[in-house]
Design a binder for this molecule. Structure first.
Ligand code: HGY
Ligand code: MN
Ligand code: MN
Length: 408
């Protein structure tokens, strides 16, 4: 049976549309790990997996594992969770592509020399707890037990949230795939950048995924009356933090040739009153680049300069790391297999790095891993305007089917 990319794209779009409204809030997407919305999205995805011929299980992190066929496993996956107020394609597209590809082989009664597990991870974004990639970490046997003690904004621990979701943290080690059993991992994901659109091509082969460091910085000064303390006598934590943030931006810009990016995504000043000089200011840093060595050097520079700013302003500054992912090179052989599948559709397989982190980074600790990028409008992502066309999604599923047919 030939592959009808147009029909597959329409299917993918319809499935995205059914999943999209599963959110804790009506006006913006909020789908957090181990939440009611995660449960609803997982139940919907389970029904899709079963309808496509898969046997479905859930592991101790709540990751769905849709299994089809016999023998060692090719893993296909992505995530169901989202950033707050994010888009509908970042994550779900990769799960839906895997389901549609298995359904194709199931429908034609094809027997492959390996089986397929489609994985739907619940925690890639780290939107609820200050850790990311925890679900794929459990599959890869790289779950860090310290993660269980992390708390969400309501003070609920990761450990307790798992139990409330009906899982047993003691079973996390058993969730790890046996090394020899996983033949490879492939993830279909929107590009979340402008390159494929600029190349006027729908699909790309990811060559590598950047390394990233995430830190929480706490600056401590002294609260005071906004009207009576002269500027020269202040220990203003927020003004100090602002000077540090501008320094972070300067360090990243100075590393433009290394494609370094640094983002301060969250900031909080206390006590947070208009007429009180802030006593403390807390902000996050997310720093990424393809070279781990350059990334670590940049972090050391930032810490050194931040201490200099603190000293000059009579402030204290504390750096707390809360996420670290090493840069990952995607498996060369799987890149070529993916490129052949894309060329087989008559398209140029554009090779490009990923500035976003992905579960593939974690799965690469387990087995050879590769990603396929799908063009998204304006490169926009982590934004409700995120969009991938049915035509491009259909080509992605067709290319995934071609990849599976060529995989060995
Ligand atoms: O932040 C990232 O790179 C990914 O979207 N979690
Ligand atoms: Mn994301
Ligand atoms: Mn993602």
């Amino acid at each position: 049976m030939s592959v009808d990319a147009k029909q597959l794209g329409a299917r993918a779009e319809a499935m995205i549309a059914v999943l999209a409204p599963i959110s804790a809030e009506p006006k913006r997407l909020v789908r957090l790990f181990l939440s009611r919305e995660h449960r609803r999205a997982a139940d919907l995805t389970t029904s899709w997996m079963r309808e496509s011929g898969m046997q479905v299980t859930e592991d101790a992190l709540g990751t769905l594992r849709g299994h089809w066929g016999e023998g060692k496993r090719l893993l296909i996956g992505s995530h169901l969770d989202a950033v707050v107020d994010g888009g509908n394609y970042d994550g779900p597209l990769g799960v839906i592509a895997g389901i549609l590809a298995v359904e194709h082989f199931h429908k034609i009664g094809k027997r492959l020399p390996f089986s397929i597990d489609v994985l739907a991870f619940g925690d890639e974004e780290g939107s609820r707890f200050p850790a990311t990639l925890s679900s794929s970490a459990a599959c890869a046997g790289a779950f860090e037990k310290e993660t269980l003690a992390l708390k969400d904004r309501n003070g609920v621990s990761f450990n307790d949230a798992l139990k409330i979701y009906g899982k047993n943290p003691a079973e996390i080690p058993a969730a790890a795939y046996k090394r020899g059993d996983a033949l490879g991992y492939v993830e279909v994901h929107i590009e979340q950048g402008p390159l494929l659109e600029a190349e006027n091509e729908p699909l790309g082969v990811v060559t590598g995924i950047v390394g990233q460091s995430r830190w929480r910085v706490t600056v401590t000064g002294e609260a005071g009356h906004a009207g009576t303390v002269p500027m020269t006598l202040r220990r203003d934590a927020l003004a100090g933090a602002a000077a540090m943030m501008m320094m972070v931006e300067r360090v990243a810009k100075a590393n433009a040739t290394n494609n370094m990016v640094a983002t301060v995504g969250r900031i909080e000043a206390m006590p947070g009153a208009t007429n009180i000089i802030p006593a403390t200011a807390t902000f996050t840093i997310d720093l990424r680049t393809m070279s781990d060595d350059i990334r670590h050097k940049a972090i050391a520079t930032i810490q050194h300069e931040a201490r200099g700013i603190a000293e000059m302003r009579k402030l204290d500054v504390v750096f707390e790391p809360f996420h670290e992912a090493m840069a990952t090179v995607c498996d060369a052989k799987l890149q070529e297999t993916l490129a052949a599948a894309i060329s087989g559709l008559g398209h140029r397989p554009i090779k490009l790095p990923s500035g976003a982190g992905h579960d593939a980074q974690m799965m690469a600790k387990l087995c050879p891993s590769v990603m396929m990028f799908v063009r998204c409008r304006g490169g926009v992502s982590h934004n409700p305007a995120e969009y991938a066309s049915p035509a491009d999604m259909g080509l992605a599923v067709a290319a995934l089917i071609g990849f599976i047919e060529r995989f060995k």
